[in-house]
Design a protein around this ligand. Structure first.
Ligand SMILES: C[S@@+](CC[C@H](N)C(=O)[O-])C[C@H]1O[C@@H](n2cnc3c(N)ncnc32)[C@H](O)[C@@H]1O
Length: 390
């Protein structure tokens, strides 16, 4: 469904532009200003509701990095509460005073009876959307108050709001992802949040995934293309990959949803071919093995008793041992089908590696070297084992 009005990011004069005095904020905050599109939020939330229609019923949801004038999360949830489609009890949104976009108040903000020119740059704001309220259609008309502090999610007052909430949903600043996740896990809350794909590899994050305490969201639909999504960036965000669309500036980056709420996709087992069939019919695999690894067979690691599987779809259905797969496997990970054994390192504590006899000239840097063997270190493998065959 389309939002009720055009996205608010740049609809009002002042939003998206920056006062010179706030340049320092822009510099430090720059990499954290990736704003989520309505269509991506809707596609992801639908996945949880399809799996359990009561997933949000009676729940208080906290969006702690979300200024309603600049967050499609608020827009999405306001709409759902207004129409009472998901049974949500309450939404609490808090904004961060030092956010790049918050720095220039909009005309509507300035006209509000809550506005205080002195507080605006130092105090975050809180917006409470309750099912019992008479709700406006437009997020800009929501009542709000200043917080006591700047709205940092780590502050005592926002932490109290976390404790009151059942579910935390947002796209937090990428640079604080580790801290943000720990803040949620400490309080044992349910969550649906966005992080950079690399967050999978963080030492604080991977063990949680391995032990099925957290997993990837559905990550389908919306603006998604493979591993990336299109985020809205501030108007003067300088980057060669920024594209303009309907007055918004969009940039593709590798965002993933992380969650501890169940959805259907993670229970869909992968359909796989046997090892013999893969080696015979899987053209992509054959090309990779021959071109990069020099032989049409699954290599065996030197420092771990496991085979290298360079692409998820080439996992052999009839192999019972451990296999090293790319991190993108997690998008297809079904815990009833696979268990995660380890990450990245062999028995010697070093990155997984295998050796190839040099039977012919390799089509890479090694080709020119006078060596008989080639050591191949594939990028960040996850070691997995099948626990049931489909
Ligand atoms: C990636 S943006 C996403 C904004 C919004 N949640 C969305 O998805 O469109 C992260 C937001 O968190 C704000 N932020 C940065 N540091 C913060 C902190 N310590 N506490 C709360 N919010 C913070 C950023 O300024 C930015 O507005």
């Amino acid at each position: 469904m389309e939002p009720t009005e055009a996205p608010l990011f740049y609809a009002e004069k002042g939003v998206g532009f920056m006062a010179n005095s706030q340049l320092h904020v822009a510099k430090t905050a720059k990499n954290d200003e990736f704003y989520t599109q309505y269509e991506d939020i809707e596609a992801e939330m639908n996945a949880y509701v399809e799996y359990n229609k009561d997933v949000f019923r009676g729940k208080t949801i906290l969006c702690p990095c979300d200024d309603p004038n600049r967050s499609a999360f608020t827009e999405y949830f306001l709409e759902k509460i207004r129409r009472n489609t998901l049974g949500i009890r309450k939404i609490i949104c808090t904004s961060y005073a030092k956010s790049y976009l918050t720095q220039n108040p909009t005309e509507t903000e300035k006209a509000s009876s809550s506005f205080d020119a002195e507080k605006h740059y130092t105090h975050g704001r809180i917006f409470v959307i309750d099912e019992s309220m008479d709700l406006p259609k437009n997020v800009r008309e929501l009542p709000w108050e200043y917080l006591k502090g700047d709205g940092d999610f780590r502050s005592e007052e926002v932490t109290k709001l976390r404790d009151e909430a059942d579910i935390i949903i947002t796209n937090p600043p990428f640079s604080l992802f580790r801290e943000f996740l720990a803040w949620i896990i400490d309080a044992e809350k349910q969550f649906i949040i966005i992080g950079n794909q690399n967050a999978i590899t963080y030492k604080e994050v991977f063990p949680l995934i391995k032990n099925n305490h957290i997993w990837l969201g559905s990550n389908t639909g919306g603006s998604r293309k493979g591993n990336s999504m299109l985020f809205i960036v501030p108007l003067n965000y300088e980057n060669q990959y920024v594209e303009e669309k309907n007055g918004k500036h969009l940039m593709q980056t590798s965002g993933k949803w992380f969650t501890n709420i169940d959805h259907g996709k993670r229970h869909e087992p992968l359909q796989l071919m046997t090892m013999a069939d893969n080696l015979k019919y899987n053209k992509k695999l054959r090309k990779k093995l021959e071109k990069d690894y020099g032989k049409i067979e699954y290599p065996h690691y030197d420092n771990y008793d496991a085979i290298e599987v360079p692409m998820t779809e080439a996992i052999p259905s009839d192999y019972d041992g451990v296999m090293g797969v790319p991190i993108t496997f997690l998008d297809k990970y079904c815990p009833e089908q696979f268990e995660i054994v380890a990450f990245r390192k062999g028995d010697d504590g070093k990155d997984l590696v295998f050796t190839r006899e040099r039977e012919k000239e390799f089509n890479n840097a090694f080709a020119s070297m006078d060596c008989k063997k080639k050591r191949v270190q594939p990028y960040f493998r996850i070691l997995v084992r099948q626990v049931s065959r489909v």
